[in-house]
Structure formats: structure tokens, C-alpha cells
Design a protein around this ligand. Structure first.
Ligand code: SAM
Length: 287
């Protein structure tokens, strides 16, 4: 996948995209990331990228010209109408994304959709935001990384690059591990319906189960016995139960969306009875 990031602070990206999975994906050519300095697309000697808002009000707004010209300089970006039309026929192949607190919220499902793109352009706003004509006539979607306001889109762009890259086949050593994580869709969980402890791993939209490694006893804090007895059925059941308990405690909203098996419902009832979550029963959907 080719990723272009448009920013007034190109140096911001020295570091965040140079480690771990993203770094490896860049080195092996799975992703090619290019950072573009919007100031290079200005024409005045002060390299002005912002201006006061029409109608008055606080702060400055990023001007449209440098952003349009920078995107046009990339050459192979299809017209917005084509990209919008693609959005209706998944999977899309190109997307120009405006980072915005007003955008649709990034989640694992959207990250998976983005990971199927060939080309992704990320436009980072600053100040009070970006001239609205970028959203209306250039970007084909706006993405927010959460319900809070950041100072700029750069952190959001780095978050998107990280979460999307690790979902590109080949980026993570064992691709199953990305299917076994928190929030992963139920369809992925069913792909993993195999014997052995790994059968426990499809989160099916829940939060991940707890992980432990050596030592088995660290300062008197011990690893649950069940994980060391080699009984795969018991391990699977324990992992599912603890994932349900953690989801109920930290993100009960997820349980309203997840399709629970009869076994899940039984485990959830046990969790609630044991008071592991401190919450009252939640409405859940059957498979
Ligand atoms: N006036 C805007 C508002 O109230 O929605 C906030 C502008 S913010 C200070 C400057 C830039 O940071 C935005 O243009 C956007 O690119 C980025 N930004 C802020 N919060 C964001 C979020 N939650 N997700 C993604 N980008 C965000």
C-alpha cells in the first residue's frame, strides 16, 4: 500500500513510523510511506499555509490551495467522484482521508477496510481546522481517532498508519494474531475454530483475554493454574470467560453488538454471579 501524509509538520513523523511492525513493513516494501510538507506548495516568501476565518472567530484555518496542489502533485490520485463511487462498492482501492474530530470514528472494522486499499492519503489539519472545501471537494472521508480534540491531525495519521499496516497480510509474523485481538470481528473468530489453545483466541468482537508469561510466580503474584495444566478445553473456556468478564467490566457497550454463543451466555452468567464485573446483566444477542 502507498501512503501519503500531507502535513505542515513533516518532522513530526521522524520516529513514530520507524519502529516495529511499521518499520518492517516499510523495509520489506509492504507499505511505502511518503511525507509531504504543505509549505512546499505555498507561493509567498513566508510560506503561508493558514489564514483568518471568514465571518470572524477564533484562530486560523489551513488554506485550501497548498492542500489541493500537494494532492494534485501526487499524480495518480483518482478524482473524488470516482473515489466516492468506490466507497459504495467495497472494497475501495484509493481513499483521501481528512483527519478531523468531526469525522467518523476509527475502529477495528474501519481499519480492516482501509487495509484493503492500494493507496491512502492522510491530510493533517492544524489550528482551528481545515478550509471546508477540502472535505467537500477533495477528501472522500473524514476520520476521527476518538471523541476528543487534538492539536493536529499528525497523531491521528500515525495511529491510522499503525493500525492499518498491522492488518496488511504479511505485516505481522503470524497473521492469526491480528485476528485474535480485541475487537476482531466474529467472522474471523469462526475462521479460528480449531482445536488446541489457539481455538480460544478469536475475540469475536470482545476485548482480548489476559496474557501471562514467565515467571509463573513473580513476587507472589502467580499465573492462573489453568494456563499451566495443558488442558486445552479448560484453557479455551477460561480465556473466553475472562475476555467476557473484562469486556463486561471495561466495555459493556461491546457486548450489545457481539453475537454470543450459548456457551458464552453461560460463562457470562457465571461471571455476573461471581460478581467479577460488578455490573448487572446486560441485554445480549443470541447467534
Ligand atoms: N475546531 C476543530 C473542532 O472543534 O472540531 C478542532 C481543530 S483541531 C484543534 C486541529 C486539527 O487536529 C483538526 O483539523 C484535525 O486534523 C486534528 N484533530 C483534532 N482532533 C482530532 C481527532 N479526534 N481525530 C483526528 N484528527 C483530529
Amino acid at each position: 500500500m502507498k501512503i501519503d501524509i500531507l502535513t505542515i509538520f513533516p518532522d513530526f513523523f521522524r520516529g513514530p513510523l520507524d519502529y516495529g511492525i511499521v518499520r518492517r513493513a516499510r523495509e520489506t516494501g509492504l507499505v511505502e510511506i511518503r511525507i509531504h510538507d504543505l509549505r512546499s506548495f505555498t507561493k509567498d516568501k513566508h510560506r503561508t499555509v493558514d489564514d483568518r476565518p471568514f465571518g470572524g472567530g477564533e484562530g486560523m484555518v489551513l488554506k485550501p490551495e497548498p492542500i489541493f496542489e500537494c494532492l494534485e502533485s501526487l499524480g495518480d490520485i483518482r478524482p473524488r467522484e470516482d473515489r466516492v463511487a468506490q466507497l459504495e462498492r467495497a472494497p475501495t482501492k484509493q481513499s483521501v482521508v481528512l483527519l478531523s474530530a468531526q469525522g467518523g470514528r476509527l475502529d477495528q472494522t474501519l481499519a480492516a477496510q482501509l487495509s484493503a486499499l492500494d493507496r491512502m492519503v492522510l491530510i493533517c489539519g492544524r489550528y482551528e481546522g481545515v478550509d471546508e472545501r477540502i472535505s467537500q471537494h477533495l477528501a472522500d472521508r473524514e476520520i476521527s481517532i476518538g471523541d476528543y480534540v487534538l492539536s493536529g491531525g499528525e497523531l491521528g495519521a500515525a495511529v491510522i498508519v499503525d493500525t492499518v499496516t498491522r492488518l496488511i497480510p504479511g505485516a505481522v509474523g503470524n497473521q492469526n494474531s491480528t485476528r485474535q485481538e480485541s475487537f476482531t470481528e466474529a467472522s474471523h473468530a469462526s475462521e479460528l475454530a480449531v482445536d488446541g489453545p489457539n481455538a480460544t483466541c478469536g475475540s469475536g468482537g470482545l476485548l482480548d483475554y489476559p496474557h501471562y508469561t514467565r515467571p509463573a510466580d513473580f513476587r507472589g503474584m502467580t499465573v492462573p493454574e489453568v494456563l499451566m495444566n495443558g488442558n486445552h478445553d479448560e484453557i479455551r473456556s477460561w480465556r473466553r470467560k475472562t475476555a467476557l468478564a473484562k469486556t463486561l467490566r471495561n466495555r459493556p457497550d461491546l457486548l450489545e453488538r457481539v453475537r454470543l454463543t450459548p456457551e458464552d451466555r453461560k460463562l457470562l452468567a457465571e461471571v455476573q454471579l461471581a460478581g467479577l464485573d460488578g455490573a448487572s446483566p446486560v441485554p445480549t444477542k443470541d447467534i
